[in-house]
Design a protein around this ligand. Structure first.
Ligand code: ADP
Ligand code: MG
Ligand code: MG
Length: 210
């Protein structure tokens, strides 16, 4: 079984940075349709800068790593998604504390609390066509699957739920963020933030494979 140790979270950051860099043009295209065409560029700047900063100053625990990434995202991503993703990672980091190896249940509590803090900060609920539409199903699926199996299966379930949640934003009408200015014209496009959230949760699952 995968240990949720520092190496696991380093693999997560590596994979997240790699996929965000690779998919930045796609994320920016999605944002061009219903926003201001910067989501991929915003996240690429944030994740590469966080990766560089953590290489220079390696954190000692999973909680410290996530907190440091969150601070960097808040400081470098900008836009709506910077503070929101910054909150997700800082909240998770805080809940994981200074344990060297995270219990799967603690990761579940951290995911649930992180989603709750994004919902509070963004005043967003499922169905509003935001990153919450990927993150909430991911946190729920993780908890449900963990009750039946191990952490790898739970993260797999979370990643699948996040991807399905991102796709489910296509027919939604945006009620938060820039896309909400478009009203009905936001219908028919996949939300960029929900899409990046699905990539990030998938990176978390893929970190189970060393
Ligand atoms: P900006 O819209 O400021 O340019 P980004 O393009 O980086 O920021 O991020 C846009 C994404 O942020 C949206 O696709 C959506 O998922 C998410 N988002 C925007 N506003 C909110 C909000 N109030 N609550 C939750 N998520 C939001
Ligand atoms: Mg944008
Ligand atoms: Mg912007």
């Amino acid at each position: 079984m995968t240990a949720l140790d520092l190496a696991f979270f380093r693999r997560f950051l590596d994979r997240a940075t790699r996929v965000i860099v690779a998919e930045a043009p796609y994320l920016t295209d999605l944002d061009a349709a219903i926003g201001d065409a910067d989501h991929g560029a915003n996240l690429k700047r944030g994740f590469t800068s966080a990766t560089d900063a953590l290489a220079a100053e390696p954190p000692a625990t999973p909680g410290a790593l996530l907190t440091a990434v969150g601070v960097h995202l808040t400081n470098t991503v900008g836009g709506a998604s910077g503070p929101l993703y910054g909150t997700v990672l800082r909240r998770m980091g805080k809940i994981l504390g200074d344990e060297p190896v995270v219990e799967p249940e603690a990761l579940g509590r951290a995911l649930a609390a992180a989603v709750a803090s994004v919902r509070r900060l963004g005043d967003a609920a499922p169905g509003d066509k935001t990153m919450v539409d990927a993150l909430q199903p991911a946190a729920d699926a993780y908890a449900e699957a963990l009750a039946r199996g191990g952490v790898t299966a739970a993260l797999d379930a979370a990643a699948r739920a996040a991807r399905a949640g991102a796709e489910a934003t296509i027919p939604m009408r945006a009620r938060r963020g820039r896309a909400s200015y478009l009203g009905d014209r936001s219908i028919g496009h996949q939300d960029p933030g929900a899409t990046s959230s699905a990539l990030l949760v998938t990176a978390l699952y893929e970190a189970t494979d060393p």
